[in-house]
Design a protein around this ligand. Sequence first.
Ligand code: KG4
Length: 340
Amino acid sequence: MITLGIESSCDDTAAAVLEDDDIILANVVSGQDAIHARFGGVVPELASRRHMEAITVVVDEALRRAARDLSDIDLIAVTQGPGLIGSLLVGFSYAKALAYTVGRPFVGVDHMAGHLLSAFLEPVKPGFPYLALIVSGGTSALFRADDFFTFTLLGRTRDDAAGEAFDKIARLLGIGYPGGPVISRYARQGDAKRFALPRAWLEEGSLDFSFSGLKTAVLSQYRQSGDRDDRLLADLCASFEQAVVDVLVGKALRAAEQQGITSLVLGGGVSANAALRTTMTDRCRDAGIRLHLPAVPHCTDNAAMIAFAGRKWLQHKGPGTWSDDVFSRSQLGQVSAAPR
Ligand code: KG4
């Protein structure tokens, strides 16, 4: 079975061709960093306009790389939400029109389910139940996954998402966009112990996150420092990155203990972070937790994960209908089990 995946929830136009469950024939992503860099964040109107220009090119390129044409496609899986409405509408309308034209079913997928299931694209698959830490520009959340469709939200950010904190700090420090990779680069040269930045553990047992206090602490350290040189930037970035990693790893391990689950999956753009990957690997090994770390192109926004989730969701909820619409908030695991 051949699935064409389409993703356009934020600022990446992506298309993938997936054969059966995990044979990725093509995985094409066209990013927009150059367009949004001077604003230090994604400008929704510019993002949707760029999706309009890119979508046909990206889908055609995915089919070309997969050596398939539209008549070979059995299913079209497309991100339905959450995300920027204008961006989502481009991919979703395109997918519907394509499905109508070629007479194949389409299925709308929750973007979060794509991240939650992205570990199934790897050779070693997780077994259910598992925990998933999804950390991206729009989300920081901990889920329990019991099967391909049953996810329970255990904790989420109360303010900024982790990736958003990286992006905002990079903007405050004037070091570039997107913040994650730039801060990581500076952090590699820095001393993470130089600044004692706060870690928001919140109430006893809470699995929620909060990064806004940390952001303010970084800014005030920066403002108080006399020499705003590369050494200062590197040490601030290293201290900030360490604070984020400590909380993400600490909460994921706390969730594993609370739920009695020994498998953990990482997903979302921030899981490309090398310090997070290394620390999580070490701490999971020590705690006897099996860690599933998808390859970096499967962690950041991509359409292969949407194609996979769509295959599973078709069995669960059946094909989409022409009146289906996009949504801006995730509909997965709405109830948080975390104490509030
Ligand atoms: O999942 P993703 O590709 O897309 C959206 O959330 O839309 O995640 C993008 C986010 C950005 O905030 C970016 O700064 C962050 O992931 N990111 C990173 C790294 N690479 C990307 N954060 C920390 N370290 C990285 N190496």
